[in-house]
Design a protein around this ligand. Sequence first.
Ligand SMILES: [Zn+2]
Length: 178
Amino acid sequence: MEALKPDWPMTPYQKCLNALFWAKVLRGLPDDCWPWQGFTKPSGHGLTSLQSLPIHAHRKAWILTYGPIRGADICVLHKCDNPVCCNTSHMYLGTRAQNSIDRWTKPKPEYRTSSGRTRILTDAQLEQLWKMRREGATLNECAAKFGVHIATVCRYITLLRKRAVARFHADRVSASQK
Ligand SMILES: [Zn+2]
């Protein structure tokens, strides 16, 4: 897939960096979560570098799309509550204070799994969800069907796609060993 064209002028060197960055993002449909395929921190955030300094992958996605962020206190926050997501349409700019408010209003510990994420759907439901998406159902339709928030659907889609990619790679490895 072609690298996303940012709406700010770039030098050829920046264009190259831009292409390298987006090659590590599994981009799906415009309203899907686009998971970072590189290194992730225990918090789930993708980690990469910008001008030799470490940076969250989603923050870099924002900068590459919209240009430098002015103000040291400005965070790039996820509407989809999916830290690995690099789809800039799922992000908004906010302050650190807003970031911690968001964190405190997220699900309580007893509703979280050991990974810190809310688990609502069963494996059978996940399979049904995957099938619906393949058949072209929108995220809204999926969310309505299972009675969950659209962000939850986004998160599961990311998980399912990661699993599918892992299986695809495993198949390729086993095929090449035959
Ligand atoms: Zn997302």
